[in-house]
Design a protein around this ligand. Structure first.
Ligand SMILES: *Cc1c(COP(=O)(O)O)cnc(C)c1O
Length: 396
């Protein structure tokens, strides 16, 4: 067989998905696994949204739509960006895609050539570096520190900039750390990006999942110059528990939007027409389900953080957004448990799954090998049970 393309050979498989498939295999064998690996809300899509989809089918909205989304949905997105984020866009600046992940990929395809560099603060979402590599560009990592809430230092960001720097990834609230940037921090980042004319890929998918009075600010709202450089990424998956519907979108300047729309028109055409109708209802309909979901996540978050910090050898900070906790497990490295040595996060995660039937995600996948990521998008009972199992296992 002829050799595969380099872009295919260079991709690292997603650790999140590999742990998940192993956990699902165990569940299929009848083993009761507590799953802290999940990356999606455990709530169902709200009823009004489901009903809008059924109505769309019966009304015959089952044909191709414009490649970058229906006018109605793009207008609803513009209205949302105005109300929630203070951002003015026209529908021509919006491209609706098959999930926010697809929106990020479109963005990179439109911006990056081979040899370009894209700065990614670590810890980062698993797919960012791989998607950058798929375009032929090079990911450049900037490390952050747990004691600084995993926020990027401006001097270190500046040091990473080269003439080849094309874009910077921002993800606030963050998966995996739950960190949320303040206005002042974003302003400093914006100033740097304007100075060097670097695009900002601002992944705001968790904007609604905030705790302790944290506020979401879109970096694009900090001035005309930074707005022109920013590609806002957002979507339905997290705020409306619509992961399976596959609707995400970008808001950007017209040139980037037009380029992405052309690329998408040849690659996938429009995203699912029925899901687009449902998304209009999600954005325009009642928003109370978000409040309920956030209140429940907030309760679980406190309990999970408390239980983790009660376990000797584990520690974590209080996340301000999203639904993940990064537990620092570096104190366990080199220790022997049940006759085997915990060498690193990968070993610990696979131990926890095999020996304690608890699924977690090793931090290496996010560029943070001293940590494991636990999701609290699961019931309070599972949180209690899972952390008890971890405590018992580490005691053994
Ligand atoms: C879940 C997630 C996304 C994208 O989700 P889609 O289902 O593709 O819309 C994007 N960024 C981060 C950080 C995520 O966690």
């Amino acid at each position: 067989m002829p050799k595969l393309a380099e872009r295919a050979l260079n991709i690292t498989p997603s650790v999140t998905l590999s742990i998940d498939s192993k956990a699902k295999q165990m569940v299929a064998q009848g083993i009761k696994v507590v799953n802290f690996g999940v990356g999606e809300p455990d709530f169902n899509t709200p009823e009004n949204i489901c009903y809008a989809a059924i109505k769309a089918i019966h009304a015959g909205h089952t044909r191709y739509t414009p490649a970058s989304g229906t006018q109605d949905l793009r207008q609803a997105i513009c209205d949302k960006l105005k109300t929630d984020n203070g951002l003015e866009y026209t529908p021509a600046q919006i491209v609706v895609s098959n999930g926010a992940k697809h929106s990020i990929y479109n963005t990179l395809l439109a911006l990056c050539d081979k040899g370009d560099e894209v700065i990614i603060p670590a810890p980062y979402w698993v797919s960012y570096p791989e998607m950058v590599k798929m375009t032929g560009a090079t990911p450049v990592f900037v490390e952050t520190r747990e004691e600084e809430d995993f926020k990027v230092r401006i001097d270190e960001l500046r040091a990473a900039v080269t003439p080849k720097t094309k874009a910077l990834f921002l993800n606030s609230p963050s998966n995996p750390t739950g960190m949320v940037y303040s206005r002042a921090e974003l302003q400093a980042i914006a100033d740097l990006c304007v100075e060097f004319q670097i695009n900002v890929i601002s992944d705001e998918i968790y904007e609604k999942l905030l705790y302790d009075g944290a506020e979401h600010i879109s970096i694009a709202s900090l001035g005309a110059e930074i707005k022109d450089l920013t590609i806002v990424i957002n979507g339905m998956s997290k705020a409306y528990a619509m992961t399976g519907w596959r609707i995400g979108y970008t808001a950007s300047n017209k040139e980037v939007a037009t380029a992405m729309a052309s690329l998408q028109s040849h690659a996938t055409s429009n995203p699912n027409s029925i899901a687009q109708f449902a998304s209009v209802e999600a954005l325009r309909g009642p928003q109370e389900t978000i409040t309920m979901m956030v209140a429940e996540f907030a309760r679980r978050r406190l309990r999970m953080v408390e239980l983790i910090n009660n376990i000797p050898g584990l520690s974590c900070r209080m996340p301000k957004g999203a639904f993940y906790v990064m537990a620092n497990v570096s104190q366990l490295f080199g220790k022997s448990i049940g006759g085997e040595v915990i060498t690193d996060d990968l070993k610990l995660s696979s131990f926890l799954l095999e020996k304690a039937q608890v699924a977690t995600v090793p931090g290496s996948g996010f560029g943070a090998g001293n940590f494991i990521r636990l999701s609290y998008a699961t019931s309070m009972e599972n949180i209690e049970e899972g952390l008890k199992r971890i405590a018992d296992f580490l005691n053994s």
